[in-house]
Design a binder for this molecule. Structure first.
Ligand SMILES: Nc1ncnc2c1ncn2[C@@H]1O[C@H](COP(=O)(O)OP(=O)(O)OP(=O)(O)O)[C@@H](O)[C@H]1O
Length: 339
């Protein structure tokens, strides 16, 4: 169903490969966790499966297609058999729950009748049958993710790719999301999920593929999150702790020096005032204040994120994110099926 043969992925400007000579095979109906520290190559794997990125070396087969042989025009068709779920939901904010799910079917040219039947079914399946008229901002994070899952599976894809789908959710809500993904998998959909969540992986006891620096270091049929995936994330924290301690010491030393300097200046000022008084000279005027400790320069203003209007561009880019539109169709503002 998914096969990587000696796949290496290099990104421009990055001397180390994101994926380094990977070989893996995922069978139909499997539930696979991709685990590993940040930067280990999990998202790159998913992007390669979706043909969002091309391998620098090696060959990838998905659903019997050699991805290197699929032309750009055919990519949207290929992606119809793949559903995608992201950590940040990526819902259209001004569309209702129903419209968000219907969107992915409209994009691929499904009939009105099909949409009217399929959308309520899938919303029922994710437990949102009674919320189809709500807008995304009227839903909890877990509910928004359920809408995103409904949108990903409404067309019954053979493969569901999930990139940190529980990353923004609390443990109880995440457990609900995992139940839905399990149900989708039980219905025959192959699920590949990248995650950092040890608790979920340990509880599910499914296949675990662990990446370290772009290499597969573990591929277990029924595995847990493991120890090594966590070590690279802990190490920087330890280093960070040492750096914070050093920064504190540096700051204390700089403060002490500044105070010494201010004291010396104040003493000199007092001495000079006294000398002037003794010599019968005028005192220092108000326009000649006592030196004070240096003032820290003002911090530069942080730039504010610009708000963007919901418009055609947003719909097009969402269609691209969902793999329903070829991202190289410059100037083409339709999101319908490629003929
Ligand atoms: N578009 C890109 N351009 C350059 N380097 C990239 C790009 N995308 C990813 N990388 C690099 O490739 C490596 C793997 O990144 P990837 O996003 O696949 O890791 P990840 O395991 O999914 O990380 P995370 O858990 O933080 O999402 C990292 O070193 C990353 O900086």
């Amino acid at each position: 169903m998914i096969r990587f043969e000696n796949v290496t992925k290099n990104y421009p400007g990055n001397p180390r490969p994101a994926l380094d000579d990977i070989n893996l095979e995922v069978q139909r109906g499997e539930f696979v966790f991709l685990v590993g520290a940040s930067g280990s190559g999990k998202s790159s794997c998913l992007q390669l499966i979706l043909k969002e990125e091309r391998p620098s070396e090696g060959t990838i087969f998905v659903l019997g297609n050699n991805l290197g042989s699929i032309s750009h025009r055919k990519v949207p068709f290929f992606r119809r058999d793949l559903g995608v779920v992201f950590q940040d939901f990526r819902l259209l904010p001004n569309k209702t729950v129903f419209q968000n799910v219907a969107f992915s079917l409209q994009v691929i040219g499904k009939s009105r009748g099909f949409i009217q039947e399929a959308v309520p079914d899938v919303l029922e399946m994710v437990g949102l049958g009674n919320k189809s008229d709500r807008l995304p901002n009227e839903l909890s994070g877990g509910e928004q993710q359920r809408v995103a899952i409904a949108r990903a599976v409404v067309n019954k894809p053979q493969i569901l790719l999930a990139d940190e789908p529980t990353g923004n959710l609390d443990p109880a809500t995440s457990a609900g999301i995992m139940k839905i993904l399990e149900r989708i998998n039980a219905g025959g959909t192959t699920v590949v999920m990248a995650t950092h969540e040890a608790g979920i992986v340990d509880k599910m006891q499914r296949r675990v593929i662990e990446l370290v620096d772009g290499s597969i270091v573990r591929d277990e049929v029924r595995g847990g999150y493991g120890q090594t995936a966590a070590i690279p994330e802990l190490t920087p924290e330890i280093l960070l702790g040492a750096q914070i301690d050093q920064a504190r010491r540096d700051l204390a030393e700089a403060t002490r020096q500044a105070e010494d300097e201010a004291n010396r200046a104040r003493e000199a000022h007092e001495r000079a005032t006294k000398d002037a008084e003794l010599a019968g000279r005028p005192r220092f005027g108000a326009e000649d204040p006592a030196p004070s400790a240096p003032v820290a320069p003002a911090r530069p203003e942080l730039s504010r994120t610009e708000s963007t209007d919901v418009d055609v561009e947003e719909h097009l880019s969402l269609a691209q994110d969902l793999g329903l539109r070829d991202d190289e169709s410059d100037g083409d503002t339709t999101v319908g099926p490629v003929k």
